[in-house]
Design a protein around this ligand. Structure first.
Ligand code: ZN
Length: 270
């Protein structure tokens, strides 16, 4: 009896239990969300951080921690939605931060690739939300795309905050810039893409305590699921590839990333 229980326990800890530090759960219909979170738990993914992107999903994301065990959220206006951040939207964001399970402001940053919001709106929304994070003592989930120099300049002009540069693409030199600012680096399934040498270079050199692993679901499905909708269960594939690149055991990577996540977002893990 005792040995049977122990065998079960050993099997459970042998599963690759990693955290998905960035999944857009609000982009899935509620019924699908339940199913994909069950699939995630089946492979040992016990904790998911879901970021908001703007007015459209703010209320849905804010309610997720009450609806799903192991789900924490970041609330904020993505650079694509920066144009929505008028004074009414600011009040709505400030109010929503009071929901249980809100652990960060995000995702926020700059995206000069798509330019869905004008540059000036992006800069203003990024600065205002960084100040809000500093005021509230919350960490930030940061988005950067084709805006690296202005992104760093805004961070340097703001009060210091803790946070993670998610879905990192800026290679080895970029890692040094981010880590020097006390920020963490989030590596996504891009690390499995044949042409993403910059992401692999970053994954190799991030210090252990500064690394988080993510899916960015429903985007960026890792190989061999590329092109299909991504989901938190696949964070295990991302973690396996990162562990391989770093020459680490998966368990070692998992312990380090769990610790970094718990420390950054101030959450207790199961
Ligand atoms: Zn995202």
């Amino acid at each position: 009896m005792t040995s049977g229980v122990r065998a079960c326990f050993v099997a459970a800890v042998d599963l690759p239990a990693v955290i998905d530090s960035h999944a857009h759960l609000a982009m899935f219909p509620p019924a699908e969300r339940l199913k994909l979170l069950a699939r995630a738990r089946d492979v040992g993914v016990h904790t998911v951080l879901a970021p908001a992107t703007g007015l459209e999903d703010l209320a849905v994301v804010a309610a997720l921690p009450q609806e799903h065990q192991g789900v924490f959220v970041a609330l904020g206006f993505h650079p694509h939605q920066a144009r929505e951040l008028d004074s009414a939207a600011k009040r709505e964001l400030e109010r929503a931060l009071a929901h249980p399970g809100v652990v960060a402001i995000g995702e926020i940053g700059l995206d000069f690739h798509y330019m869905h919001s004008p540059r000036e709106d992006q800069l203003a929304a990024f600065r205002w939300q960084l100040e809000l994070a500093a005021e509230r003592g919350l960490p930030v989930v940061l988005h950067h795309r084709q805006a690296w120099e202005p992104f760093l300049a805004v961070l340097d002009g703001a009060r210091p905050v803790r946070g993670v540069a998610h879905s990192f693409t800026e290679g080895e030199a970029g890692v040094r810039e981010v880590v020097a600012r006390g920020l963490l680096v989030g590596i996504s399934g891009m690390v499995t893409f044949p042409r993403a040498d910059n992401v692999r270079a970053a994954a190799r050199v991030v210090p252990a305590g500064a690394l988080l692993v993510e899916t960015d679901a429903p985007f960026l499905s890792p190989v061999p699921h590329r092109g299909k909708p991504n989901e938190p269960a696949r964070v295990t594939l991302v973690a396996q590839e990162i562990a391989r690149l770093r020459g680490e055991e998966l368990g070692e990577l998992e312990r380090a990333t769990d610790g970094a996540f718990a420390d950054l977002f101030g959450v207790a893990l199961p």
